[in-house]
Design a protein around this ligand. Structure first.
Ligand SMILES: [Ca+2]
Length: 275
């Protein structure tokens, strides 16, 4: 049973509310539109993809790029998703991934750069669609599965954790990495961490904001870092906006960062990076 605790419509509304919150708080102001990378996809909503670097400042490297959906005129992810019909949501989700992979194949400077793509957790349970379509897109673009990281948002309820976990194991066997997105923002963050075995945790920007001046956030993030170490999981701090936030997190042991302080997302291109 796909939606055991409510109707499909109720669940999708929940996803949309969560996605809107994420878009507003995580992605901030829409970046400037820079290219013609737009077309009308099968699900019926025009969109493009922006890329935001994930960086390792201590080594001076760009670890990878997260692909973020944007409107054809640079509109936010929330406003794009608001135009998608409920029944087209998974197809749209898949179309975003395929577009991101296709663009990354053109933009990425070398075959070690990673691409992080967002996925609604339950979309992986759509029969037969996700893995073949994603891998086929990667093959067409010249990307290896090892370059792909799947980011699972905290804003969607898993309908079948056991099945999701076995599917994720299959991804791992293929070489992909998985990340638990927005960690700390969802009501089930620890339960999800216990149930799934992600390679990465992305600490939600709400815990990062002003952490340099906030001992409570320092204590919470410190505990998350200890947890991640114990579980052998790497950590990315999302939404870093200031030098002071970066310094504090770096001193606490964080090695991977994402946020406006380092680079804003850019549509259809790889943005300049502060490193
Ligand atoms: Ca994400």
């Amino acid at each position: 049973m796909l939606f055991p605790r409510g109707t499909q419509m109720d669940w999708q509304r929940m996803v949309r509310v969560g996605t809107r919150r994420k878009a507003e708080e995580t992605q901030g102001a829409a970046p400037a539109r820079t290219g013609p990378h737009r077309k009308r996809e099968e699900p019926g909503t025009a969109f493009s993809m922006a890329f935001q670097p994930i960086v390792a400042p201590q080594t001076g490297e760009i670890w990878g790029y997260e692909a973020l959906v944007r409107g054809e005129a640079g509109e936010s992810a929330a406003s794009v998703l608001a135009q998608v019909e409920d029944e087209a949501l998974y197809r749209f989700d898949q179309a975003c991934r395929e577009r991101a992979i296709e663009m990354a194949g053109t933009l990425f400077p070398h075959p070690r750069v990673r691409l992080s793509i967002n996925i609604m957790p339950n979309a992986v349970q759509e029969p037969g669609a996700f893995i073949p379509a994603t891998l086929a897109a990667a093959r067409r673009a010249g990307l290896r599965p090892e370059q792909l990281t799947l980011e699972f948002t905290e804003t969607e309820r898993f309908v079948n954790t056991g099945l999701t976990n076995s599917i994720l194991s299959h991804y791992r066997d293929l070489g992909m990495m998985t990340a638990l997105d927005d960690f700390g923002s969802g009501y089930s963050g620890l339960l999800r961490l216990a149930a799934l075995h992600p390679d990465l945790l992305k600490i939600d920007m709400a815990l990062i904001r002003d952490i340099d001046a906030d001992q409570r956030r320092q204590a919470i993030v410190g505990a998350i870092l200890g947890l991640a170490r114990a579980l052998g999981i790497a950590v990315i701090a999302e939404g870093v906006q200031t030098a002071a936030e970066y310094r504090t997190l770096s001193e606490m042991g964080v090695q991977l960062f994402q946020g406006f302080y380092f680079a804003c997302p850019k549509i259809g291109a790889l943005p300049p990076v502060r490193l």
